[in-house]
Design a protein around this ligand. Sequence first.
Ligand code: PLP
Length: 420
Amino acid sequence: MTKERPELFAWPIVTAEDEQAVLEVLRRGAMSGLDVTRQFEREMADWMGMKYALGCCNGTAAILAAMWACGVGAGDEVICPSMTYWASAQPALTLGAAVNFADIHPDTLCLDPADIEHRIGPRTRLIVAVHYAGYPCPMDEIMSIARRHGVKVLEDASHAHGGLYRGQMVGTFGDIAAMSLMSGKSLAIGEAGMILTNDQTLFERCVAFGHYERTVGTRWAPGVDLQVSDESLRQYAGLPLGAVKHRLNQTAAAMGRVQLRHYGERMAEIQSAMNRFWDLLEGTPGIRPHRPPKDSGSTMGGWYSARGLYRGEELGGLPCARFCEAVAAEGAPCSPGANSPLHLHPVFHTLDFFRMGRPTMVSFGQRDVRQGPGSLPVSESIGEIAFSIPWFKHDDPEAIAEYALAYRKVAEQVDALLPA
Ligand SMILES: *Cc1c(COP(=O)(O)O)cnc(C)c1O
């Protein structure tokens, strides 16, 4: 590498426009208000072509509320990929449900549709589809399995804002979508999350769960805006059913409105930079792009946490970690793996969250769906089949070529790294 280029990677891009918008909220003392948040919600919903959007304090909160809205409760089961961020799955435990972890497909790093159906039982309520590192899940297959069994689908779009699956934006296929908008994500506005749905009942349940002052219907909540149409919930209006407070800080909403206005253009530049990087590496032994085929109508959105696929058998069995070390020595950041598989974590085996004298996963009479080592081989091999690549925010052909060369050089001179 001829020189360090931190500006290629800086994110989010914050300008005077963001600063003005945030200052306006601060100077009004309107951080806990709803006017800017409502505008941001409307703009998010319009951008995605959805009826309802609900801002939340973070993505984890959005997932918890969305799970509850979908009917997940004590003794139920949720199907979720094991190789994802914990917040895709763990809120199910808070609700007293168990997580039946499914494996990922080695080419997509997303839920493998072939590993879903046999996990569905009488208490399965929800499938969580995570568009991992921007790669759109096979939503056609997932939705048809879910519909066949009367199970709801939550899309976790925290990695894939603006990504397309067969020409349609991810987050618009399932019954409901939740996404993180925290500072490291590709749509980055601080600690924030968003729920999107076309289903009025699911939307209202999410509001009722964690947005107490946005429901009306009783003397406990005068003068606020949402009349919950479900009689069984309306009697509780005024207090949040989840005993949580999910309101989005309006400084984040203000930044969100500005970031969203520029997101399409910035995402397009990321896409052209990242595709350039992979086009340069086409045909390199041992490594493959983690992106959908070019003519599929599917895209990687903002390429959050961009990965490459590693196929060590083409490189004489060189361990992925050794490959990454050598690439890093050439000056390009590279680390093996992605998220650690969740199904092996003790939280999903022995934690007794409810202090009932038995593990949370079986606290409410569920069948035991805990899985030990060897049960989800693709997820467990993540450290050998994937590695990180630079996440370019600017399409600088010369710099990108240098980074790509580092990967190609190591892959093509692998003999020097193998034991003699
Ligand atoms: C970041 C993330 C979340 C959680 O969002 P927070 O805003 O950090 O609470 C959920 N799911 C996935 C896949 C994530 O990467």
